[in-house]
Design a protein around this ligand. Structure first.
Ligand SMILES: Cc1cc2nc3c(=O)[nH]c(=O)nc-3n(C[C@H](O)[C@H](O)[C@H](O)COP(=O)(O)OP(=O)(O)OC[C@H]3O[C@@H](n4cnc5c(N)ncnc54)[C@H](O)[C@@H]3O)c2cc1C
Length: 542
């Protein structure tokens, strides 16, 4: 197979998701000639804004920016490239079947007052727990932007890693250690039952803490979300930041891409990579689906671990136990998305007539922990729950530029559907899912069904086909303890390197995981650059 061009890039990034773009921008900033190859006709991966009707744009997949690393925002000058985020306030808002709407205001005193109207005891506890969680989250925060330790007591670097972790925790108290273990291993439901009396207050915590992952709220390991969401994010490093992105989530990817291009990176869309070519255990080129070959000194894959190692590499190039571990990563994405254009604004019952547009933007439809647990149980056996948990964002209320005058954008995340259906296929059941989502919304906002002028239903299968997410998993692998930190993507390979020299993983399948953070891209690029500076990769493979 003849190479398409004689040029050898220093680095090729496979995939222009926001992490691939982040990695490319850092590599280009360090002076490396860098090429990004994206299979879709549009860049951004799951951090994208797309038209679903003439003049109507939507964050088709991810829709809220929460943990985008402040360092990435600053290093890559994203504000200079037009990135603007407006804090979600309320950060969470739950309308209950009895007509009451409870809002978790960004200002803690205001939130405490709101919760106090339901339970004075819970409002006090809310402040105490919030302080405790924020303090614990600060211990974890520094790990976000660095490789996890490799547990290898047989090597000097392994001991160095352990020392680095130990130092971070030197001021931790015995009490805090047990709290940390509880959050890492315990269930969200039991934690909430132990601390709060009101079902409504408990539900407020439920709304964002098992987001996108497997397991009902009573499953061990679900309390970890409480800490995860308090890692600081946004321009101003706020703990628990939630933001609406002006122009939709794609504005994040576009801003990163703009900085990358300014630094010299090339970005090609409609360029699907079929294979990563390896010679003598070292990555040497990629082969596109059209058969053309492009050479590089190193390759970073933004695709998920299964797609990368089981799809783009010949099995003979990888150790058997590594392949087995990759094949064993828990994926089968439990989520879906339904995007709509409406002819009128949804009117959620119980919303105060004085509520501003921004306050009429975000509604989470889940009435209780028990509801959520039952919903997961149904989905885990392969059925589409009749009663769905739906997160609704009227994004045109936060950003009027998304739709023409008189039109409104409603983007809905559906928590707990099966990737593998027990009966039938997703192609047969796509509209059934859309209808159930609309029916659920109508219970709270009865004007929605008649107002729909366009509807896009993205089942887990569509997330796989269109966005390239293996098994539709939105995080490139479930966020569960045994798939996090030094176990992500698999044990022994958490530092972005892979068994192939010069091949790195730079997407959400690597530490610290999914979400629009830019962290895996940042960390992988820095790891690759460390190896580059040691001179390991400068010679291209013949
Ligand atoms: C429905 C949904 C809702 C979500 N909601 C939120 C949210 O509100 N907030 C949040 O923070 N996170 C959310 N997430 C999660 C978040 O969007 C992802 O975890 C994150 O965007 C992953 O980024 P990434 O760059 O690592 O990977 P991706 O965005 O998956 O990008 C990988 C890229 O690689 C490309 N690619 C794959 N294979 C090839 C190949 N062979 N050749 C060339 N290119 C290839 C893909 O096309 C894709 O563009 C959501 C995700 C989904 C799907």
């Amino acid at each position: 197979m003849a190479p398409t061009s004689q040029r050898i890039y220093d680095a090729i990034v496979v995939g222009a998701g926001h992490n691939g773009l982040t990695a490319a921008a850092y590599l280009a900033r360090a002076g490396l000639s860098t090429l990004v190859l994206e299979r879709r006709e549009i860049l951004g991966g799951c951090c994208v804004t797309e038209a679903i009707a003439p003049g109507c744009r939507v964050s088709s997949t991810s829709y809220i920016a929460s943990m985008l690393r402040p360092e990435v925002i600053q290093d890559l000058h994203l504000a200079d490239h037009g990135l603007r985020m407006v804090p979600c306030d309320p950060a969470i808002q739950v309308p209950f079947p009895d007509g009451q709407v409870v809002s978790w205001w960004a200002d803690r005193e205001r939130a405490k007052k709101e919760f106090g109207g339901i339970s004075a005891k819970d409002a006090q506890e809310f402040v105490r727990v919030d302080d405790q969680l924020k303090k614990l989250a600060r211990y974890l925060q520094p790990f976000f932007l660095e490789p996890p330790p490799e547990i290898d007591t047989g090597s000097l670097s392994g001991w160095g890693d352990l020392l680095r972790v130990g130092k971070r925790f030197r001021s931790i108290s015995p009490d805090e250690i047990s709290q940390l273990v509880t959050f890492l291993t315990g269930s969200l439901g039991e934690f909430l039952d132990n601390h709060y009396e009101s079902e409504k207050i408990k539900t407020m915590f439920l709304a964002n803490n098992v987001y996108g992952k497997h397991g009902g709220p009573y499953q061990p390991g679900t309390a970890i979300g409480l800490l995860f969401h308090l890692l600081s994010g946004g321009e101003h490093e706020l703990q628990g930041f939630y933001g609406h992105v002006m122009g939709g989530m794609g504005a994040i990817s576009e801003a990163i891409a703009a900085e990358g291009r300014k630094l010299g990176a090339e970005i090609r869309t409609s360029a699907p990579v079929a294979q990563i070519d390896v010679r003598n255990g070292r990555a040497r080129a990629v082969v596109l689906e059209d058969g053309s070959e492009i050479r590089a000194r190193m390759v970073l894959s933004n695709a998920d671990p299964k797609r990368t190692f089981l799809g783009m590499l010949a099995a003979k190039e990888l150790p058997e136990d590594f392949l087995r571990a990759i094949a064993g990563i828990k994926m089968d994405g439990p989520c879906a998305k339904v995007n709509m254009v409406l002819a009128e604004e949804p009117r959620f019952r119980g919303t105060s007539p004085a509520a501003t547009k921004l306050e009429r933007t975000f509604y989470t439809l889940v009435p209780s922990l028990e509801f959520a647990e039952r919903c997961y149980d149904i989905a885990k056996f392969g059925d589409i729950p009749e009663q769905l948990w739906v997160d609704c964002v009227v994004s045109s209320n936060a950003d009027a530029s998304l739709a023409p005058e008189g039109k409104h954008i409603l983007t809905c995340f559906v928590q707990y559907v099966p990737y593998r259906l027990r009966q039938g296929t997703w192609d047969e059941n796509r509209e059934l899912l859309g209808d159930r989502v609309v029916k659920k919304i109508a219970e709270y906002a009865p004007n929605v069904p008649q107002a729909i002028v366009a509807r896009q239903v993205l089942t887990p299968l569509d997330l796989e086909r269109t966005y390239g997410l293996t098994e539709g998993n939105i995080f490139h692998g479930d966020l569960r303890l045994e798939q996090l930190f030094f176990m992500r993507p698999v044990s022994g390979w958490s530092q972005y390197r892979t068994p192939i020299a010069g091949l790195y993983l730079c997407g959400a399948g690597a530490h610290p995981g999914g979400g629009v953070t830019g962290a895996p891209g940042h960390n992988a690029a820095h790891q690759a650059l460390r190896d580059w500076k040691k001179g390991r990769l400068k010679e291209a493979v013949a």
